[in-house]
Design a protein around this ligand. Structure first.
Ligand code: DC
Length: 225
């Protein structure tokens, strides 16, 4: 069974996806990490971010895979073409490049293929922007998670502080997040929109646990249907 969690940057998708997956005994797939891996690869190999053919070739030939750190059930380690990029894909440089890399239909089609292959292998909580609309439109549970811009920026700053990578300047993070929201929502291919049948949850003012419990309840309901 697939549980699709979509929404803008910093809405808390990763936190709740990982925790809900753990409670349900599901796997977890972070599709944003896959777009980040393509952006990282382009920067590392000097490929122009607007070169759709080159980036599409990368997305269709370089395998993106995930690995576990001991004691953590969520697959936190990310590899592209065998190279570990777990931290490298979280830098401010990749934050700035990723919207440009993910705009190309050729990149999206190749990554959607990889995502479907991974997700069909078992029970997954899949988080991203187009999971309920494009990747798994048949998912029995779809959640569209939002929060105010300021709340999302604050969370991203805290996350970057904990990870020790990325910007910890609130204004810079807020501006980048708004720029990415705009780019993600206005692009022609698979823009960020809620699926018609998605349950919309605004996480502002709610604890992560409250949102996680709601998602687990939706999954239980779907399982008993
Ligand atoms: O969730 P995130 O911030 O790590 O995602 C990074 C970028 O990838 C984000 O700017 C939009 C893009 N993305 C996408 O276009 N489609 C997805 N399914 C997931 C992420």
């Amino acid at each position: 069974m697939i549980i699709a969690i979509d929404g803008p940057s910093g809405a808390g998708k990763s936190t709740v996806a990982k925790a809900a997956a753990k409670k349900l005994g599901f796997n977890c797939l972070d599709t944003g990490a896959m777009y980040r891996a393509i952006a990282w690869y382009a920067l590392e190999h000097g490929l122009a971010l607007d070169d759709e053919a080159a980036l599409g070739e990368v997305a269709s030939t370089k395998e993106i895979s995930f690995g576990h750190v001991e004691g953590d059930p969520a697959p936190r380690r990310v590899f592209i073409d065998g190279v570990e990029v777990t931290d490298a894909i979280r830098t401010a440089q990749v934050d700035r490049a990723v919207s440009s890399a993910s705009v190309h239909p050729a990149v999206r089609e190749a990554l959607v293929d990889q995502q479907r292959r991974i997700g069909r292998a078992g029970d997954y909580v899949v988080e991203g922007r187009d999971i309920g609309t494009v990747v798994f439109p048949e998912a029995p549970v779809k959640v569209f998670l939002t929060a105010t811009d300021e709340e999302r920026a604050m969370r991203r700053v805290r996350q970057n502080e904990q990870r020790g990578v990325g910007s910890v300047d609130f204004e810079e993070v807020l501006a980048d997040l708004r720029r990415r929201d705009e780019a993600d929502s206005s692009r022609a291919a698979s823009p960020l929109v809620a699926a018609e049948d998605a349950v919309k949850l605004d996480s502002t003012g709610f604890t992560a646990d409250e949102i996680i419990d709601r998602i687990v309840a939706l999954a239980d309901e779907a399982r008993s249907r």
